[in-house]
Design a protein around this ligand. Structure first.
Ligand code: NAP
Length: 264
């Protein structure tokens, strides 16, 4: 199995563990016996999660959108007591509304967190795992990777990058003992919607469309443990991703824009 079994002297890095899917992934991995290295900006939330988990937890407050924050994480992970056997790049931000309506700095923060930070941590840490000869990377993408998304343009573009990079890396890693899995959740009930002005879209389409963070985390961690290339949690998302890939953009773009504008 690409993700080695848990042991006292190893750990898994989980970014964005202070809420939502990242917190659920941390709980899922801890439930399977893995020690954790948790990262997000809100230290207090990481500390309270760490107190609840029955494994060894290191934690670090860092802003992954900054070069300094990522350097701090890399130093701490590499200098830690436990050897790294897994990386979960989950931290992410969204921003509903037109690009030109947003502060350029906010759009850039989405790009830096979702694409640059994920790329940087993967690009650096995959080498450590390959040297070790075992390990697993789980990158959290999105169903928005499969088509451009007006009213969430930068976010969807970063997720297209995550998907393409992760799938190619998975192929390149063949035979190294290391795997790279990309999970592409659809709509999931987490604070990201309120935090990104997309609260009006929450619940749209009903319970068949929406998953819990725990459901997504379970499927994503199963995929990571099995060294799978891709994970598309939920049946509805599997169907939706096909529609996104094969509907002509001339039809898809105005519909996506109209639905999101109406709901927001
Ligand atoms: N919810 C959905 O419907 C959905 C669907 C598809 C994909 N996803 C993806 O799932 C991942 C988790 O999102 P979520 O829905 O669980 O949202 P969430 O509850 O808002 O969690 C986002 C996490 O990322 C962390 N984060 C954001 N910016 C950061 C930064 N600059 N540096 C460090 N940490 C940062 C946040 O922690 P701090 O604020 O404490 O830093 C938080 O822990 C994201 O990659 C998102 O794109 C979500």
């Amino acid at each position: 199995m690409p993700l080695p079994p848990p042991s006292t002297d190893t750990t898994i890095l989980v970014t964005g563990a202070s809420s939502g899917i990242g917190e659920a992934i941390a709980r899922e991995l801890a439930g399977r016996g893995y020690n954790l290295f948790l990262v997000a900006r809100r230290r207090a939330r990481l500390e309270s999660l760490a107190r609840e988990l029955d494994v060894e937890v290191d934690l670090l407050a860092a802003d992954l959108a900054t070069d300094r924050g990522r350097a701090k994480v890399l130093r701490a992970v590499r200098g830690g007591e436990r050897e790294l056997i897994g990386v979960v790049n989950n931290a992410g931000q969204a921003g509903f509304g037109d690009v030109v309506e947003h502060d350029p700095k906010d759009e850039e923060a989405i790009f830096r967190t979702n694409a640059l930070a994920l790329f940087d941590l993967t690009n650096q840490l995959v080498r450590d795992l390959v040297d070790r000869g075992e390990g697993a990377i789980l990158n959290i993408g999105s169903i928005t990777a499969f088509a451009p998304f007006p009213n969430n343009a930068t976010y969807a573009a970063t997720k297209a990058f995550v998907h393409s990079f992760s799938e190619a890396l998975h192929s390149e890693l063949s035979g190294t003992g290391v795997s790279c899995t990309v999970a592409s959740p659809g709509p999931t009930r987490t604070p990201i919607w309120e935090r990104s002005d997309g609260g009006g879209l929450e619940g749209l389409g009903g319970p068949l469309v929406w998953q819990s963070a725990e459901q997504v985390a379970r499927e994503a961690v199963d995929g990571m443990a099995g060294g799978r290339r891709t994970v598309l949690p939920g049946l509805t998302n599997k169907v939706a991703s096909l529609a996104q890939r094969f509907t002509p953009r001339t039809a898809l773009l105005p519909v996506t824009r109209a639905v999101t504008k109406f709901a927001m």
